[in-house]
Design a protein around this ligand. Structure first.
Ligand code: GTP
Ligand code: MG
Length: 318
């Protein structure tokens, strides 16, 4: 899978730095090329990729390593920091009255995450109402109602009604005194025109401040086109990456945020209603790079080059 390939490529880049006999222009240029290739293959926007590698080169050239750090450590740290910067591209969800619309393909975790968000906002002392606008799957409303009961939040739904936008219109009216309204929408196995039409109509009626793309962390190279289609339809403002409790590293999120310019706001870490964590770019990147690899590599790298030599050599790079 391409996205797991990203983690592998990133680990390969750190490995290449660790194994190099010295840090010089050629090495920096080569690893920047590897980094470009890895990110472009992961569907990250060309401009973002070029900006990132230019910053890596610039910093490698102009920033001295911290005391006691080898050039290898230094370069690895710069790459890691810049990758964190790529995913840390905005604030979390604001704690203010608002309407939040969930979108995403079938089974990504929209309904579960709607329940989790309801709990999150009630804990912050907001009144919350949930609207069940999935008219596609018959059991969807019951699933949402069960979640609503768990967190003591009212769910508005109209069994039998097939017009999702009409439900949302009446649901918003019903919840006019609630501070937070969250709309659960239906999914499909693949991107289909009727789904896109439906969410467009819902967004028109609901005027949601947040349009959240719910993305399963296992989604690989399809993450980019999916995100793009939802973004073209409703303008995605945020991404929630679900099922991060599994083995997937969530590299697809990079393409999703690259296509939408949205930020990742939360990650889902389990099936339970409490399993929602604010997104942490450093944690995410450590996982993508492969836990422990960075610090282990830095330890090896730091033993190889003498401290006095480092800064002098670094000035010759790039
Ligand atoms: N392990 C794990 N499972 C999750 C997480 N989020 C959702 N799930 C599970 O994923 C499955 C699908 O979740 P739903 O919330 O029904 O997904 P959906 O996007 O609403 O699906 P549709 O409405 O059918 O499009 C369920 O079995 C959830 O329990 C998560 O963060 N971790
Ligand atoms: Mg659902």
């Amino acid at each position: 899978m391409v996205m797991e390939g990203l983690g592998k490529s990133l680990r390969g880049i750190l490995g290449r730095i660790g194994n190099a006999s010295s840090v010089d222009d050629d090495l920096i240029n080569d690893i920047c090329k590897d980094l470009q290739r890895a990110l472009l293959e992961a569907d990250v926007n060309v401009k973002l990729v070029l900006d990132l590698t230019n910053r890596v080169k610039d910093r490698a050239k102009n920033e001295p390593p911290a005391a006691g750090k080898s050039m290898k450590d230094h370069i690895s740290q710069i790459i890691y920091d810049e990758m964190v910067g790529l995913v840390n591209n905005g604030e979390g969800i604001q704690l203010k009255p608002q309407t939040i619309m969930m979108v995403g393909l079938y089974g990504q975790g929209k309904t579960t995450t709607t329940g989790k968000l309801a709990l999150y906002f009630t804990k912050k002392n907001f009144s919350v109402g949930l609207i069940g606008a999935d008219v596609y799957r018959p059991a969807a409303l019951d699933q949402l109602k069960q979640l609503g009961e768990k967190v003591n939040v009212e769910v508005y739904g109209e069994p039998g009604e097939t017009d999702a936008a009409a439900i949302v219109k009446r649901g918003k009216e019903h919840f006019k005194d609630k501070k937070i309204i969250i709309i659960d929408t239906s999914g499909r196995h693949a991107l289909e025109d009727d789904l896109i039409d439906e969410i467009k109509r819902i967004a028109e009626v609901a005027q949601p401040e947040e349009r959240i793309l719910v993305l399963d962390s296992q989604v690989g190279q399809q993450a980019g086109p999916q995100a793009e289609a939802f973004h073209n339809a409703v303008g995605v403002t945020g991404v929630i990456l679900t099922k991060m409790d599994g083995t997937a590293k969530g590299g697809g999120a990079l393409s999703a945020i690259s296509k939408t310019n949205a930020r990742i706001v939360f990650i889902g870490t389990g099936e339970h209603i409490r399993d929602l964590e604010p997104f942490d770019g450093r944690k995410f990147m450590s996982r993508l790079f492969g836990k422990g690899d960075l610090s282990a590599l830095m330890e090896i790298a730091s033993q190889e080059i003498g401290a006095d030599d480092r800064w002098r050599r670094s000035r010759r790079t790039c």
